[in-house]
Ligand binder design. Structure first.
Ligand SMILES: Nc1ncnc2c1ncn2[C@@H]1O[C@H](COP(=O)(O)OP(=O)(O)OP(=O)(O)O)[C@@H](O)[C@H]1O
Length: 351
């Protein structure tokens, strides 16, 4: 069942279109990531759902209750929605206990008990209760911000790039603990992020915004392997796009005939291959090798566990470049002739 329904949401700032006809359904207890380039409308969408901004047109409903109908909106503090901003935005003059307790009514006899529970939930040591925000690390501050938002027992939690100020290792640890807290508390969450890897690992559903429009929404695996278009494909990871002739369950392209998903289209089209779908082996000679696809290693970028290898296939103007990802052992050298093998089917992009 859906918890949040956004329909036909549009918003302009003067001549600038921030959102245009956005529809989004968020199932209860799910995690949604909103991704898209800078200026695509991510924050605007989150702010309208939170109630900090009004749409020009469209509706927002939570649990069947209308929160926004065009410019008519319910106040943010009555929506039962938690919000964790990018920098945590803790009150600097209040200590951790007071920051978390801010969301709990002053006269509540169970206030201290609830603060303790929330501290435990976000895995913060009770020894930190009297510290001020500046005496905490970035990761600890984000956990306090999450605990403060959880204190109101929201039905929906909005996270606006909550981990962007943290460095890579800490970011992953905090993200995992936030995911654990949200699922244990049964809270539905929507997160805005610039980081595609973060979106793919955090979410059950990823929504891609571009120029204020929702381009595609779906499970991370579906978006990664079956993006509708080139921009979405490249936004979610590295890929090689090739011109191809589309057939029945196969395509003919610069890499030869390779299997492809069966679609209704025939004739010229464009396909996508992810770098991990292609493997390299040393070029050999022999009758069966003549039919195989060969290329020349142009560039090798060492990256530890996974390295990026660019292989040129074909000659002169017809030469295309294929990106391959390979474990960092026994890498070919630039200039080496290699054989390319494609694993799994090619994905056909919409035109
Ligand atoms: N208060 C405002 N006044 C005028 N224009 C605005 C305002 N807020 C947003 N915009 C414009 O609306 C568009 C969408 O902005 P928004 O902040 O939602 O994008 P975003 O995807 O969150 O971007 P970023 O990733 O850079 O934070 C942008 O073109 C932006 O310049």
């Amino acid at each position: 069942m859906s918890l949040l329904d956004v329909t036909g949401l549009s918003k302009r700032y003067g001549p600038q279109i921030a959102l245009e006809g956005v529809d989004l359904t968020v199932p209860a207890r799910s995690r949604t990531a909103i991704v898209g380039p800078s200026g695509s409308g991510k924050t605007t969408l989150l702010r309208i759902i939170a109630g900090f901004d009004a749409p020009d047109a469209g509706r927002v409903t939570l649990n069947g209750q209308v929160l926004a109908d065009g410019p008519l909106i319910a106040p943010a503090h009555l929506r039962g929605i938690g919000y964790v901003p990018q920098d945590g935005a803790l009150f600097p003059h209040l200590n951790v206990a007071e920051n978390i307790g801010f969301g709990i009514e002053a006269g509540d006899p169970e206030r201290d008990q609830r603060v303790s529970e929330l501290m435990e939930m976000v895995e913060l040591d009770r020894a930190m209760l009297r510290r001020r925000p500046h005496e905490l690390s970035g990761g600890q501050q984000q956990r306090v911000a999450l605990a403060r938002a959880l204190a109101r027992r929201p039905a929906l939690m909005l996270l606006d790039e909550p981990f962007s100020a943290l460095d890579t290792g800490l970011r992953e640890a905090v993200r995992k603990s936030v995911m654990r807290v949200l699922s244990q508390a049964g809270i539905t969450a929507i997160m805005v992020t610039h980081d595609q890897a973060e979106a793919l690992s955090f979410a059950d559903q990823v929504a891609v915004l571009r120029g204020g429009r929702l381009m595609q929404v779906g499970a991370p695996g579906v978006l990664y392997w079956q993006p509708k278009d080139r921009e979405t494909a490249l936004f979610l990871g590295d890929a090689t796009m090739l011109e191809a002739q589309l057939g029945e369950g196969f395509v003919d392209c610069a890499l030869g005939r390779i299997p492809a998903e069966t679609g209704a289209r025939r004739g010229p089209g464009e396909i996508m291959l992810r770098p991990e779908q292609i493997s390299l082996s040393p070029a050999a000679t022999g009758p069966q090798e003549t039919a195989a696809c060969h290329g020349e290693v142009e560039e090798v970028e060492f990256g530890g566990a996974l390295c990026a290898i660019t292989v040129g296939v074909g000659f002169e103007e017809a030469r295309i470049r294929v990106l391959v990802r390979s474990p960092g052992r026994d890498l070919p050298l630039p200039g080496a002739r290699v054989r390319l093998s494609v694993h799994g089917g090619a994905h056909i992009l919409e035109r």
